[in-house]
Design a protein around this ligand. Sequence first.
Ligand code: NZQ
Ligand code: ZN
Length: 388
Amino acid sequence: MHNYDYFVPTRLVFGRGRLGELSKYVSGRGKRVLITYGGGSIKKLGLYDRLRELLRDFEVFELSGIEPNPRIDSVRKGVEIVKRENIDFIVAAGGGSVIDCTKNIAAGACYDGDPWDLVMNPRLIGKHVPFFAVLTLSATGSEYDGSGVITNPATNEKNALMGEIFPEVSIMDPEYTFSVNAWQTAAGSADIMSHVFESYLVRDGNIFTDGICEAMLKTVIECTPKALKNPEDYEARAQLMMVSSFGCCGLPALGRTPSPWVCHGIEHEVSAFYDITHGAGLAILTPPLMRYSLSAETAPRFAQYGVRVFGLNPDNDVMANAEEAIRKTADFFKSIGLPATLREAGIPSDEHFGEMADHIIAHWFGDFKNALKPLGREDIIAILKDAL
Ligand code: NZQ
Ligand code: ZN
């Protein structure tokens, strides 16, 4: 059993009709609030009007138009508003992109320099302005973790903001995800699964978190087709929302070999160059990474995944089960409408693969040498080429 630290100070307020409780949590927190949101989905949902109504006694400022794969320029705009208007707290309404951007704004507002510095150097992260999240998309787990991901198009970088910038409260009403389209629903599910794989597919596991990871994977595999078939299936949406929070908060990793989050490290490079949907990128990269990591030594872990998640026969040959588990993973992603290759996602060639590998080695927080199969520059390029 490996040592671990686990700290998540966010209150999750989960369930139908619970948005009204936001008032109780923000009362006494000051008078000036910034609402942050994306391209308008919260207006179609009626969530925007409801928030304005709930916050009618406050002086409300807004930052809209936060992009999927949020850009550092949106963060800069937000920091400027918070500093100029003396904002007391922020309410982020949206998916991972809005919440991540808000984390950088919240910390950037308490920092004297450019907020991109905090992305490049987590030691510069100090205090942050308090913020609250209203989640509208089940995927990243940003509603229940302290970090974020920000893109700097000027330098082709999409880097993790690694801090303890937690929402105080995350309101999670699964009904707000009924309107998420099939593409984002599927991509969100692939993202949740990838968060679990990052913790599950490491050298040393343990009984408790093996079980947690397997339960999470089974939940996503069972509920995603239901949510795609009937977008208003409350139970399916609720289960996906529940797993989304716990997939990325550190819980699945307790006591296991610390993971360098290889698939995410590679996907962020692909997104930085080609701005693809995060979950789709992960779905494309996962089977090639699994195939590349498979060996006589690692096969038992993949075989266990196949037996416990896909119900493969435990009496089969271990390598055969491991290979079948990887095939079934690829088939599942295809069955929910996600692309299987980088070309399908519009990436024409291997032109930038070398730069991507170099950037990972120089800047990614995890050391790929600690992956299930240790990886260097040429290995990363080989995985990307297999995914092309
Ligand atoms: O911009 P709006 O209009 O809100 O539309 C969004 C956006 O176009 C739409 N959407 C969200 N909720 C909706 C909805 N449409 C209809 N109905 C709703 N209820 O969905 C689109 C995608 O939203 P986005 O927030 O980008 O998706 P997601 O939650 O998947 O976030 C992706 C970002 O999070 C980062 C990713 O890299 C990517 O930048 N990640 C953050 C992590 C974290 N903080 O811990 C971990 C993850 O691994 C991930 O890297
Ligand atoms: Zn992710």
